[in-house]
Design a protein around this ligand. Structure first.
Ligand SMILES: C[S@@+](CC[C@H](N)C(=O)[O-])C[C@H]1O[C@@H](n2cnc3c(N)ncnc32)[C@H](O)[C@@H]1O
Length: 291
């Protein structure tokens, strides 16, 4: 029988999305004689500022996890970055392991562990799933905003699900990053930015792997404001792949100045908007078969 609507291979769709976006970003970097390899090393300080400002709001991902977390649970934070979730969960769990391939991001995490005297956190410098063998098996495994550039989503998710005794939590955007939505890439490069996967893509991939995941949507305020235009430029130079090109630098500055407005505190911010985020979670062992 002919199917009226052909089935979608969501794993293939995921790969296609990521490849197209990466090719576009790599090409923009290559045009400046650079690679994207040390992207997070260059972004670490700016990301730290974003996290500090976001930390003034409630964190919907932490709220979701805390509903299920037990005090004697061990947790693995995959792609922990500068450690906002690791540090928050260390106060509620028996032990947290933070794993990330970027030494620059982990430097900030280590500083916080030290300054807050957290004795129940370990750090592993490595990527997932390659470094899974170095990480302890845990009760609860989490990963926030890490999947967007991960091409082999099936290996990531199988290792993720296979590494925890009880629960898996992912946190993702529901749409494109807000800096894509304000057309900065278009202003600088003159072409539409290729989209990255969102929560609905991972829900579909999980379904294809046999797992019916739970989804909780929460709304958050777009957090980031800037000291001045140079601070805003610092934030976007890497993600918009501007490099040293004077024309691109000027177009980014113009694009930002057109959209940023002074706040009552004298900072610069984009017009206020609410932003939906998704927590995707399931009980471990839900993925069927093997790769
Ligand atoms: C947007 S940051 C998110 C950091 C943190 N989870 C948070 O929400 O604040 C993405 C992080 O994923 C890390 N990352 C990239 N590829 C990874 C991989 N294969 N395995 C684990 N982490 C990865 C990056 O180094 C970076 O620190």
């Amino acid at each position: 029988m002919t199917e009226l609507v052909p089935p979608i291979d969501y794993i293939q769709r995921w790969e296609d999305l990521i490849r197209a976006r990466r090719v576009q970003h790599d090409a923009a970097c290559a045009a400046q004689g650079r690679t994207t390899d040390d992207y997070w090393a260059r972004r670490a300080e700016g990301f730290r500022k974003f996290v500090q400002e976001a930390g003034k709001q409630a964190d919907p991902f932490i709220d979701c996890i805390l509903k299920e977390l037990r005090p004697d649970d061990s947790v693995l934070d995959v792609g922990a970055g500068t450690g906002r979730h690791t540090v928050a969960l260390a106060r509620h769990a028996k032990h947290v392991t933070a794993l990330d391939p970027s030494a620059s991001m982990l430097k900030f995490l280590r500083e916080d562990i030290g300054s807050q005297g957290l004795g129940n956190v370990d750090v592993i410098n490595g990527g997932w799933p390659e470094a899974a063998t170095n990480a302890p098996r845990v009760d609860v495994i989490i990963s926030a905003h890490v999947l967007y550039p991960i091409e082999d989503v099936e290996s990531f998710l199988r290792a993720f699900d296979g590494h925890a005794n009880r629960l898996c939590f992912l946190h993702l955007m529901t749409g494109q990053p807000w800096f894509d939505q304000i057309q900065l890439w278009e202003s600088v490069h003159g072409e539409a930015r290729r989209p990255q996967p969102t929560y609905i893509d991972v829900v579909n991939v999980l379904r294809q792997l046999g797992c019916f995941a739970n989804v909780e949507i929460s709304w958050t305020d777009m957090p980031r404001s800037f000291e001045d235009i140079d601070d805003a430029m610092d934030r976007f130079m890497e993600s918009i792949a501007v490099g040293e090109d004077e024309g691109k630098v000027a177009r980014l500055r113009k694009g930002l100045l057109e959209q940023l407005a002074k706040t009552p505190e004298g900072r610069l911010a984009f017009p206020h908007r609410r932003y939906p985020l998704a927590t995707v979670w399931w009980e471990t062992g839900a993925l069927s078969g093997g790769a």
